[in-house]
Design a protein around this ligand. Structure first.
Ligand SMILES: Cc1cc2nc3c(=O)[nH]c(=O)nc-3n(C[C@H](O)[C@H](O)[C@H](O)COP(=O)(O)OP(=O)(O)OC[C@H]3O[C@@H](n4cnc5c(N)ncnc54)[C@H](O)[C@@H]3O)c2cc1C
Length: 320
């Protein structure tokens, strides 16, 4: 009831969409999960200021309402019960890329957090700028890419990130953070669950545009041949343990094609788990836990999930 009032107050003042009990599945590559109690799509920073104002007025700032930044939903499984608090998904004015010249080199870009990573890769390649080719097949947003320090083919966001603008959704204060302050490592940053990346500033290296494009195309073809595409999965389920590959360990445990409910380990790549028709988010959760347990039993290696489970799940009953 209270959130309805918050939504009404927001609708009077913001340009972007404001909804209650809003379905989220279509915003994720898994296409799973329940609704957001409150969903806001701020059009610009003005809308974010209003959001902070309204939450304060209703006594919901400072962490009293759980918040979730949502990018392109390509690294998450949202629970069947949905998200009990606020989901913020950045709108149009955060979907722009502009040239950026920190050192008069003109080799940089200011990238809004809602821009997709393949868009950044294409933008850079067209200008003969190298450093983002690896991202051509990663269906995430720039904001999610910074949060996860996304990477592939030996490259990662941290290689080209100079700084980022980050809004804290608890205090509604903005910080400009140098890349070094983000403690980036393999699929890790120190951004907290209330940190919302608004913009990233990237610096590339100049290279012949044809060479950059050819490299990007090689990566794209390799992906198409070895991975099942973006439908009904969220990329690598587990992080690779040091010196090994999670896919190899899952395959060695004989788990290609293994299923729980309607979710199954991909036959093409054992570190991709596919949600079949009728699958629940809980099926994916249970599958991840069952596979983790079997790999641990068989090899002694404890795999760490890279995908994020959002909201409430029942503890897996399928571990044997
Ligand atoms: C087919 C496929 C292939 C993939 N291949 C790779 C790969 O090669 N390498 C790789 O690293 N990843 C890969 N991924 C995973 C995924 O694309 C990346 O992790 C990506 O960075 C997630 O971005 P997103 O916008 O989808 O984030 P989401 O899934 O929306 O969110 C992921 C996390 O980031 C947070 N977040 C999202 N937006 C913001 C923001 N603006 N500010 C702060 N936090 C935010 C969320 O709260 C959540 O904690 C793949 C996924 C798929 C489906």
């Amino acid at each position: 009831m209270k959130l309805e009032k918050v939504a009404e107050a927001l609708r009077e003042r913001v340009k972007g969409a404001v909804e209650t009990d809003h379905p989220l599945a279509r915003f994720t590559t898994y296409r799973l999960g329940g609704p957001a109690a409150l969903y806001v799509e701020p059009h610009d920073t003005g809308d974010l200021e209003v959001l902070g104002d309204v939450l304060r007025t209703h006594g919901l700032s400072g962490g009293r309402l759980p918040v979730l930044p949502l990018g392109r939903g390509s690294n998450m499984v949202i629970s069947d019960a949905g998200w009990p608090g606020l989901v913020v998904r950045l709108g149009d004015s955060f979907a722009r890329i502009e040239p950026w010249s920190p050192d008069a080199s003109e080799h940089g870009a200011r990238v809004g957090a809602a821009v997709s990573m393949p868009q950044v890769a294409n933008w850079a390649a067209r200008r003969g700028l190298s450093g983002f080719e690896w991202a051509i097949s990663i269906p995430g947003s720039m904001g999610g890419g910074v949060k996860m320090n996304a990477g592939a083919h030996g490259g990662e966001v941290g290689d080209v990130l100079v700084s980022a603008t980050v809004l804290d959704l608890g205090s509604f204060t903005i910080r400009e953070l140098e890349a070094a302050a983000l403690d980036l490592s393999y699929r890790h940053s120190n951004l907290t669950p209330t940190d919302l990346v608004l913009e990233a500033r990237l610096l590339f290296s100049p290279e012949d545009a044809a060479v950059v494009k050819a490299r990007m195309e090689d990566y794209r073809k390799h992906r198409a041949a070895t991975q099942p595409g973006a439908l009904q999965n969220a990329g690598s389920v587990f992080k690779n343990p040091p010196g090994d590959s999670a896919g190899r360990l899952v395959e060695a445990a004989g788990l290609k094609g293994f299923s729980v409910g309607e979710a199954r380990v991909s036959e093409l790549h054992a570190n991709f788990f596919i949600a079949g028709d009728g699958s629940r988010a809980q099926d994916v959760f249970d599958l991840v836990h069952a596979v983790k347990q079997r790999v641990l039993d068989g090899s002694g290696v404890e795999l760490v999930p890279e995908i994020r489970f959002i909201g409430a799940f029942e503890q897996a009953a399928t571990d044997q």
